[in-house]
Design a binder for this molecule. Structure first.
Ligand code: NAP
Length: 246
């Protein structure tokens, strides 16, 4: 299949790129500014398999015009697109009372509007071929998490967006599902989570550990598969059993 993945230069997105390549899928992925990280992913992908297409594209998902250009690039490069993973995301944590307009808007624009722009841009291609798999990356935070009003709102919004796409286009061979990871070891959690949040996780999670990007990827790949054809509009928590955070 042919995968278009945003935010594929690091973390969960990068792990998705490499796993898709490993299974023989063509991949076009995006990075925002870190070209070096994107090049490293391409190098690693080529070591895994030489017979699949892999390409990186610079994109800020907040720019809907650029997202349209990315969709055209991906479809042209691979001769179509089957699987869309709007994974790019950021967090800018603050207590609600202290959160600036800019902190609020940046996170909503990237995580929620960005994912919407991506899906809207790819839908014509998926509809034309009457096949498509869309997998959104939400979060346990969608249920609310202190210090993440912007992030939690964006991640809750993704569930409504995914379920709407599921209902609008399910009869056209398109499925739209959500993975909702808990705390996963990536730059995002290494750089932006407080020791208190890490401590909560280790204390209350049944697993007593953070998850690995690969443990999210397995669900993304399942939702993208032929075998998942009758699964649409679902949200799968990937939290090792933790369903509550302070
Ligand atoms: P990460 O390691 O920080 O990687 C973020 C990726 O998104 C990078 O490839 C980055 O590109 C890209 N990106 C950021 N802003 C962008 C923008 N405006 N336009 C285009 N690309 C942009 O993050 P991660 O932990 O892998 O997170 C991936 C997704 O999983 C996010 O949606 C996140 O909210 C979600 N998630 C993560 C966790 C977790 O615990 N890590 C838990 C639940 C959900 P550059 O490399 O160029 O900066």
């Amino acid at each position: 299949m042919k995968f278009a993945i945003t935010g594929g230069s690091r973390g969960i997105g990068a792990a998705t790129v490499l796993a898709a390549v490993d299974r023989g899928h063509d991949v076009v992925f995006t990075y925002r500014s870190n070209r070096e990280a994107a090049d490293q992913i391409i190098e690693r992908a080529k070591l895994i398999r030489e017979d699949v297409l892999i390409s990186a594209y610079e994109l800020d998902v907040k720019r809907s015009d650029k997202v349209e250009a990315f969709a055209s690039f991906a479809a042209e490069k691979m001769g179509g697109v089957d699987v869309v993973v709007p994974n790019a995301g950021i967090n800018r944590n603050n207590l609600a009372m202290s959160m600036s307009d800019e902190e609020w808007q940046d996170v909503i624009d990237t995580n929620l509007s960005g994912a919407f722009y991506v899906v809207r841009a790819f839908l014509p291609e998926l509809l034309a071929q009457r096949f498509g798999r869309i997998i959104f990356v939400s979060s346990l935070s969608r249920n609310g998490l202190s210090g993440q009003a912007n992030y939690a709102a964006s991640k809750a919004g993704l569930v409504g967006l995914a379920r709407t796409i599921a209902k609008e286009y399910g009869h056209k061979g398109i499925t739209s599902n959500v993975v909702a990871p808990g705390l996963i070891e990536t730059d995002m959690t290494r750089e932006n989570m407080s020791d208190t949040h890490h401590g909560y996780w280790e204390e209350y999670s049944p697993s007593k550990r953070m998850g690995l990007p690969e443990e999210v990827v397995s669900a993304i790949l399942f939702f993208s598969s032929e075998e998942a054809s009758f699964i649409n509009g679902t949200c799968l928590p990937i939290t090792a059993g933790l369903d509550w955070v302070p």
